[in-house]
Design a protein around this ligand. Structure first.
Ligand SMILES: Cc1cc2nc3c(=O)[nH]c(=O)nc-3n(C[C@H](O)[C@H](O)[C@H](O)COP(=O)(O)O)c2cc1C
Length: 178
């Protein structure tokens, strides 16, 4: 069984999420192919038994290549189990309205592309204060402060629940076997 694991990323965390999924699949004896949706030339999604797509939210949207990839390949994607992983910080906000808003991002993408993945998972992302430039650090500190997140910018933070992600991957591949 072969599974395609795709991602787009701005600061690298979605690549880490996708790599974790690929490694978990390999632990389960699947062949996993990992790829950046922006890199042309990877194998056609329709030739895989399942496809995962990992996408981060930046300023309320997923990176544009995610929507373009789904629009281009939706006829093939609809034929196999698909796991969409939405990576955001607001999904773990103290503010219930922010959390509810984070839950609407995949649906908005689906309305645009016309494609509804068979499984959707929300993963909390990372705050990479040490990697942001001055203005991004200021902005992210402000947002984190409003949402009950950490404001000590002298270190990075990673909020992803890896066990919950493994459970999600297992649910998607159970559909292949089913
Ligand atoms: C400039 C910027 C804007 C962001 N905008 C949002 C946002 O609108 N909503 C949200 O929930 N998270 C937002 N985030 C948090 C990212 O989703 C989170 O840091 C994620 O881990 C980034 O993934 P990446 O490293 O793959 O790009 C933002 C992060 C940055 C740096």
């Amino acid at each position: 069984m072969a599974v395609l694991v795709l991602y787009a990323t701005v600061e690298g965390h979605s690549r880490k999420v996708a790599t974790h999924i690929a490694e978990h699949l390999e632990d389960r004896r699947y062949v996993a192919l990992l790829g950046d949706v922006r890199e042309p030339g990877f194998t056609v999604p329709g030739t895989f038994d399942a496809v995962f797509i990992c996408a981060p939210v930046h300023l309320g949207r997923y990176p544009e290549p995610i929507a373009r990839f789904i629009e281009d390949w939706k006829d093939a994607l609809v034929l196999v189990p698909t796991g969409f992983v939405s990576i955001s910080l607001s999904i773990q906000s103290d503010n219930p309205e922010e959390r509810a808003a984070a839950r609407t991002f995949p649906e908005k993408l689906s309305r645009r592309t016309g494609f509804y993945p068979s499984h959707v998972h929300h993963a909390a992302g990372a705050l990479k204060y040490l990697e942001y430039d001055y203005f991004k650090r200021l902005l992210m500190r402000q947002i984190a402060g409003k949402e009950g997140g950490p404001v000590d910018a002298s270190r990075d933070y990673e909020f992803t629940d890896w066990d919950a992600l493994n459970g999600f991957v297992d649910d998607v591949i159970a559909e292949i076997r089913g």
